[in-house]
Design a protein around this ligand. Structure first.
Ligand code: IPE
Ligand code: IPE
Ligand code: MG
Length: 248
C-alpha cells in the first residue's frame, strides 16, 4: 500500500462515521520548523501556508461544515517588525491566490478578528475574497486574523451594553445566545474539536467563549508538517471520544 492509498483508506474509514461539524486549528510551529532546518522563520510561514492549503482540501474531503484557522493573533503584533510585515504580505498574497480554488470548491471565506486594524492593502485583498465567496454554500473557512479571544468578548460586551443603554435589552434578560450572537462567530456552531500543533498545551487567547465544551487535541507535529492524514487521524481520535457535557 502506498502512502496515498493509506490516506484514502483512512479518509474512507473516518467518513463512514459522523464527522465533526466544526474543527478549529491553532497552526503553531512554523518558526521551529524553519530554525530546525537553519532557515529564516519566514520560510516556515511559507511552508505553513502550503500546509493550510492542504488542510482546507482535506477538510472539504471530510465534509466538514466549518474549519477555523488561527493565522495571526492580537499578540503576534509584538513580534519583530520584519516578521510581522512579511507575514502580512504572505497572508494577503496567499488568500488572494486561493480565490479560484475556493470558487471551484463552493467554499466560503470568513474572517474572525478586527480587520480594520490591519494594513489597508492586506484588508482589501482579504475582503475581496470574502466578498466573492459570500454566496458559496460548501465548506466555510474562518480565518482568525488579528484575532484575540478577549478582544472578541470585549466587542460583544460593548455591543450588548449599547443595546441595554438604548433600552432594547434588560441586563437580566441577557442569554448565552445573546452573547454567542454578539461574537465574531455569530451563526457558527461552537467547534467540536480544537487541534493545536507543535505540542504547546495552551489556548493563546483563541475562541475563549466558544470552546467551553470543545474536545482538545495537541499534537507534537509542527504545522508545516501537518498533512491531510494528520487531520483524518485527529478526527478518528475525536470519533472515539465520549462527550458528556457534564452528564454521566
Ligand atoms: C505559528 O507559528 C504561526 C503564527 C503564529 C503566525 P509560529 O511562528 O508561532 O512558530 P513557533 O511557535 O515560533 O515555532
Ligand atoms: C498562536 O500561536 C497564534 C497563532 C497560531 C496564530 P503563538 O505562537 O502566537 O502562541 P504562543 O505565543 O506560543 O502562546
Ligand atoms: Mg508559536
Amino acid at each position: 500500500m502506498t502512502a496515498s492509498d493509506r490516506e484514502a483508506a483512512l479518509l474512507e474509514a473516518v467518513r463512514a462515521q459522523p464527522v465533526p461539524e466544526h474543527v478549529a486549528i491553532i497552526m503553531d510551529g512554523n518558526g521551529r520548523w524553519a530554525t530546525g532546518r537553519g532557515l529564516p522563520r519566514i520560510a516556515g510561514h511559507r511552508e505553513g501556508v502550503k500546509a493550510a492549503r492542504g488542510i482546507v482540501r482535506a477538510a472539504d474531503a471530510l465534509g466538514l461544515r466549518f474549519l477555523t484557522l488561527y493565522a495571526f493573533s492580537t499578540e503576534n503584533w509584538s513580534r519583530p517588525l520584519d516578521e510581522v510585515s512579511m507575514l502580512m504580505n504572505l497572508l494577503e498574497r496567499s488568500v488572494h491566490a486561493e480565490l479560484p480554488e475556493f470558487m471551484a470548491r463552493n467554499a466560503r471565506l470568513r474572517v474572525l478578528g478586527q480587520t480594520r486594524r490591519v494594513p489597508l492593502g492586506v484588508r482589501r485583498g482579504i475582503d475581496h475574497v470574502v466578498h466573492e465567496t459570500r454566496n458559496n454554500t460548501g465548506l466555510t473557512v474562518l480565518m482568525a486574523f488579528n484575532y484575540g479571544g478577549r478582544d472578541e468578548l470585549l466587542d460583544a460586551f460593548r455591543a450588548l451594553a449599547r443595546q441595554v443603554q438604548a433600552g432594547e435589552l434588560k441586563p437580566e434578560d441577557i442569554t448565552e445566545k445573546d452573547v454567542s450572537g454578539a461574537l465574531y462567530t455569530a451563526d457558527v456552531p461552537d467547534p467540536d474539536l480544537l487541534i493545536r500543533t507543535s505540542g504547546e498545551m495552551r489556548i493563546s487567547n483563541f475562541l475563549l467563549w466558544q470552546i467551553a465544551y470543545t474536545e482538545l487535541l495537541v499534537t507534537p507535529v509542527l504545522w508545516p508538517d501537518f498533512g491531510a492524514s494528520d487531520l483524518y487521524q485527529a478526527v478518528a481520535e475525536f470519533q472515539k471520544r465520549t462527550r458528556r457535557f457534564g452528564r454521566v
